[in-house]
Write a protein of this length. Structure first.
Length: 291
């Protein structure tokens, strides 16, 4: 991977990691489904009036937008709102790396190296460890929602590869048109008018700043950068980089929310980092064998 792309990957994963505790701050003021709807509304408008639609089939835009907005981020916000700590949420979403590696093998004929296979094993061990050692702040449903969102992210990665889109920023902007209406409808069906009245009558600067970060940093910048990497490299090479996200997420939670890392969580983080290192190493042929 070129140095400029490696630097982009680190910047993207850092901003995504910080987005978890920042989202937690926003959820203190705004309903999770409504917060997600507002995020994608601002991600799409007014930009679609100034940015040309990418020359790809509408089905790709709609599929990515619904998966990205409804099946991924709405579930992440709901999981955090249900009590899953932001740092743990950042770890659980990394199941997407393993789902994506599987898709790469099944759909694109990619072959995993010894390092990647070993890295997957270490990563799964780290994720299981963090779930088992959780202090019980999150619910079983919340954890399940995070795993489903991770699977959704992996599907979104495959859509990027299959659509062969080149205009990445335009793709993210136009895809963001599709999540708001379903999310607004779900908000009304689940909670009625209360979240809408509350967000208008009790505007808080923390919620506003959280929303702006989610729109312009976590959506516009991060998904542009991530999709550029997916465009340039095999999914099996890009996916393991997302394991950096929980590291930044936990550090951000410590700084912003006063989260303390216990011994078991530190071990889990260590396993995740080791999984990343092992998965990215180019093993000598004499040790690689047939993979």
């Amino acid at each position: 991977m070129q140095n400029k792309h490696l630097a982009l990957a680190i910047a993207v994963t850092a901003m995504w990691g910080l987005n978890f505790p920042i989202t937690k701050l926003g959820l203190a003021a705004i309903d999770p489904l409504l917060l997600t709807a507002l995020r994608f509304t601002l991600a799409a408008l007014p930009w679609v009036f100034f940015i040309k639609r990418p020359p790809i089939a509408l089905k790709w835009l709609a599929a990515y937008g619904l998966i990205f907005g409804v099946a991924m981020w709405a579930l992440i916000n709901l999981g955090i709102e249900m009590g899953v700590p932001p740092g743990t949420a950042a770890l659980l979403i990394q199941f997407s790396a393993f789902f994506t590696l599987g898709w790469g093998v099944l759909l694109f004929g990619e072959r995993l190296s010894v390092g990647q296979k070993f890295g997957v094993g270490l990563g799964v061990l780290g994720l299981i460890s963090i779930i088992l050692s959780s202090p019980g702040h999150g619910t079983t449903v919340g954890y399940g929602l995070l795993v489903v969102s991770a699977f959704s992210w992996s599907v979104g990665n495959i859509i990027i590869k299959q659509s062969k889109v080149r205009e990445i920023f335009a793709f993210v902007v136009w895809a963001s048109l599709f999540p708001p209406l379903p999310l607004l409808a779900l908000t009304w069906l689940v909670h009625g008018s209360t979240p809408f009245v509350s967000v208008v009558s009790h505007v808080e600067w923390v919620g506003v700043l959280s929303l702006l970060f989610q729109v312009y940093v976590a959506t516009h910048f991060c998904y542009w950068g991530w999709n550029v990497l997916l465009r340039e490299y095999p999914v099996s090479r890009v996916a393991p980089l997302s394991l950096l996200i929980p590291v930044f997420g936990v550090v951000g939670s410590m700084l912003m929310l006063g989260h303390r890392v216990g011994a078991s969580e530190a071990v889990s983080l260590g396993l995740m980092l080791l999984a990343l290192v092992v998965g990215m190493v180019r093993w000598p042929r004499m040790f690689a064998g047939r993979t």
